[in-house]
Design a protein around this ligand. Structure first.
Ligand SMILES: Cc1ncc(COP(=O)(O)O)c(C=O)c1O
Length: 348
């Protein structure tokens, strides 16, 4: 079976994890700080705040916009994971679902005015970003805008996910990067009960204040230990994904709608649009090829977000999208075979 996802944990990663266990410092310790330092270098952002999921990072950014910038509502593209919209709603703001580009599933630029979360869907760079835009980078580690800078650094902040299907994983985990010192300070407190002084900075035991009600979104060092090696060897991961994507791009051009080829895409998945989508997925499964869909239902079709507005492009995109795997365990030969199987079904 060709699996849709794969996890790349080496012996060095395991050794780093065991070292953390032996150290006895398991949460928000030196390895988390080391990961934050690596992320600042990798993305070029001034600040990085590790949390235990991308949802946590999005939630922190949304609460910041509501409490400190007095925003009441954010736009969210109709094609994304529910977490993007949940974070807005959990912060107490309301969600306005807006339409996406028919071909790539990215928010239409006319909706972007600084009051939105944009999603770099499937690892594609969404260029329309304003100073106050939250960038959902769950799919977009290694993705770069046209000017070469890393996504997540143009708007208010970028929020990354380390869930198992992502470019790199620790099971759960997230990272918020930002150039805004006020948000960085807020997020650092928001992730740990709104507490002023972390344990390592306390002069007296338990000597801390709490400034506002906030959850526990701390990242364990055990998770950070798994991510350090993966970020260090990321360029090889990205190069491989690009090579696999180019096999699909070359071999599927006559039978499906293909993503726009952009230099900055980091290919979280390779997403095509095809007629008879569900039959195609069944055909591929019959040939031992696992696929996925990002996303089968637009948010406006979810019970939590049932909207009056119908986003036409989003509906069409959700009906035809198929995600093909591009991870480390897919060889270029596998990609060629998968493309052949798709062509055989769509253009017999
Ligand atoms: C676009 C997008 N945003 C946010 C999330 C939430 O990430 P996490 O599971 O790390 O909270 C996901 C998860 O898959 C996602 O795909």
């Amino acid at each position: 079976m060709i699996k849709f996802g794969s996890v790349d944990i080496t012996d060095d990663d395991r050794a780093r994890l065991l070292k953390v266990l032996d150290s006895g410092w398991l949460v928000n310790g030196p390895v988390v700080k080391e990961l934050e330092r690596l992320f600042k270098g990798f993305t070029g952002a001034a600040h990085a705040v590790a949390m235990n999921s991308c949802t946590a990072c999005l939630h922190a950014a949304c609460v910041f916009l509501k409490e400190r910038r007095k925003k009441k509502k954010l736009k969210v593209p109709d094609i994304t994971h529910v977490a993007t919209a949940h974070a807005v709603r959990l912060s107490g703001m309301s969600v306005d679902l807006v339409d996406v580009d028919e071909k790539d599933g990215i928010i239409l630029p006319e909706y972007v005015d600084g009051n939105e979360v944009v999603v770099h869907l499937a690892g594609q760079p969404c260029e329309a970003v304003r100073k106050d835009t939250i960038e959902d980078c769950a799919h977009a580690l290694g993705t770069r805008y046209k000017d070469g800078s890393h996504v997540g650094t143009r708007g208010l902040c970028g929020c990354f996910s380390f869930y198992p299907t992502k470019h790199i994983t620790s099971g759960e985990g997230g990272m918020l990067v930002t150039n805004d010192p006020e948000l960085a300070a807020f997020a650092g407190k928001f992730r740990a009960f709104g507490i002023t002084t972390p344990p390592e900075d306390r002069k007296l035991p338990a000597d801390y204040d709490s400034l506002f009600a906030a959850p526990n979104y701390r990242m364990p060092d055990i998770l950070a230990a798994l991510l350090i090696g993966q970020i260090e060897r990321f360029e090889e991961n990205r190069r491989h994904r690009g090579a696999v994507a180019s096999v699909y791009q070359e071999n599927l051009k006559d039978c499906a709608v293909l993503p726009t080829w952009r230099e900055g895409t980091s290919w979280f998945i390779y997403q095509i649009q095809a007629e008879k989508r569900d039959a195609l997925i069944a055909h591929l499964a019959g040939n031992h090829i696992e696929t996925s869909i990002h996303y089968r239902r637009p948010l406006s079709a979810m019970t939590a977000y049932k909207a009056r507005a119908v986003n036409k492009n989003a509906r069409a995109f959700a009906e035809r999208a198929v995600s093909l795997p591009v991870h480390k365990n897919i060889s270029e030969k596998d990609a060629f075979m998968i493309a052949g199987c798709i062509k055989g079904f769509l253009k017999p």
